[in-house]
Design a protein around this ligand. Structure first.
Ligand code: UD1
Length: 415
């Protein structure tokens, strides 16, 4: 099994090209189910999760063929079942449910179940589709859904913000009969990107970028060519790499607005960030200060940046409190960071981080995608050698992480 070895202590300097966003690419690939025509997606990163989505679509009858950085999707739906073996690898597989129902009137999708960062139910996805006229039953670990005729438009008020449920229902609503209103919808940039692609495919959507999406269903969608937006979490992660090593990195293609509250927290911590037409320039010349953060839906501080920011706070001056409000079990990086000399205590949904002058290299274990990359950041700053085990988590969401960091002077290799 691959491991990553890092010799820490080098200030990073250089430029990193930010890849297309994983969390945008996943629902955008599902749009391939919504039309008989060809859908072309540009700026698609090479990531394990996207390969899993391609595998899922292939067994529904939709081929996803890479042509350089472009993914060409096309085919006809031949099978409406998303099997356990694929869904268990990646929870985002649930996103095919609404699209299959809208296109072929039925779907059988394995229940995703829990995952390392929490129980993560899909009740909002199912309730919304029921409101749109689907009949849903659960049996043998599968969601069985069907609808007589077309899905109908409905007014759906989410009790709390869910990125996945917003995406699933948005896609389904585009082909429903009549108007759908999604209220308290998620506003993540990836959702606006999905809406843009759907509009290019002929969908009628208003309120893009707000928490109230109004969709007039149409009878069919056509092909389109859509460029995927840059990955704001990858950009935020490499901003932390510049900050934790006291270096300076240009994040090519990154956009400040996509980072939401993460930018403010980095600035408060003493990191300098400026936007140019090429992307973001991130540097740290002076010391880091402890800053409190609380994860929230966009534009609040992203839960997908929590572990990386905590690694940064581990070497900041003073204390910081990191509160996780989105997932109930997202502090698995804490014991690993503590093995490297960090002083972090978890109390319920909050972690108190008492900054230390330096971290020390150690053998550590990756537990999920963002936890893994927080250990890479810690390793870059630590004295001595860090070995990170189970790096397959990293490959789910970071393209060429060692190459990108090594190009900025990091001593990092895969072994
Ligand atoms: C997406 C992102 C993930 C990110 C998360 C929050 C993708 C592929 N993944 O995940 O990287 O961390 O948004 O920004 O885009 N919930 C329910 N019932 C539901 C749906 C969600 O209780 O039906 C809960 C979840 O357990 C979680 C919270 O709502 O506690 C938010 O989850 P959600 O926004 O749906 O996250 P995902 O779409 O799974």
């Amino acid at each position: 099994m691959d491991r990553i070895k890092i010799k820490g202590g080098r200030a990073l300097a250089g430029a990193i090209q930010i890849s297309g966003a994983k969390n945008a690419a996943l629902p955008l690939m599902v749009c391939g189910l919504l039309t008989d025509e060809r859908l072309m997606l540009d700026n698609v990163a090479k990531l394990a999760d996207l390969a899993t989505m391609a595998e899922l679509l292939a067994q529904h009858g939709i081929a996803a063929e890479p042509v350089g950085r472009t993914l060409s999707l096309g085919g006809a739906i031949t099978n409406a079942e998303a099997p356990y073996d694929i869904v268990r690898k990646m929870r985002a597989s649930i996103l095919v449910l609404g699209a299959l129902l809208a296109r072929v009137g039925e779907a059988r999708v394995s229940l995703p179940g829990g995952c390392a960062i929490g129980t993560r139910p899909v009740d909002l996805h199912l309730k919304g589709l029921e409101q749109m006229g689907a009949q849903i039953s659960l049996d043998a670990g599968y969601i069985n859904a069907k609808v007589n005729g077309r899905l109908r438009g409905a007014e759906i008020m989410f009790p709390f913000v869910s990125v996945g449920a917003t995406e699933n229902l948005l896609m389904a609503a585009c082909l429903a009969d009549g108007q759908t209103i999604l209220a308290n919808a998620a506003r993540e940039p990836e959702i606006a990107d999905l809406a843009k692609c759907l509009i290019a495919m002929g969908a009628q959507i208003e309120g893009v970028g707000t928490d109230r999406l109004i969709i007039e269903g149409v009878s069919a969608l056509h092909g389109a060519h859509h460029p995927i937006l840059p990955d704001r979490i990858e950009a935020g992660t490499y901003a932390c790499a510049a900050a934790i090593t006291g270096g300076e990195i240009v994040l090519r293609g990154a956009r400040m607005a996509d980072l939401g509250a993460v930018t403010r927290s980095l600035l408060e911590a003493g990191v300098e960030i400026s936007e140019t037409d090429k992307g973001l320039q991130v540097k740290r010349l002076n010391g880091l200060h402890g800053v409190d953060v609380m994860t929230e839906p966009y534009p609040g501080f992203a839960t997908d940046m929590q572990a990386q920011f905590m690694a940064l706070m581990a070497v900041a001056e003073g204390a910081s409190m990191v509160t996780e409000t989105i997932f109930e079990n997202r502090f698995m990086h804490v014991p690993e960071l503590n093995r490297m000399g960090a002083r972090i205590n978890v109390h319920g949904a909050s972690a108190i981080v008492r900054g230390v002058p330096f971290l020390s290299g150690a053998q550590v274990m990756a537990t999920d995608l963002r936890a893994s990359v927080s250990l890479v950041l810690a390793g870059l700053a630590a004295r001595g050698e860090t070995i990170i085990n189970r790096v397959y988590h990293l490959d789910r969401g970071y393209e060429a992480v060692e190459e990108k960091l090594a190009a900025c002077g990091a001593d990092i290799e895969r072994i």
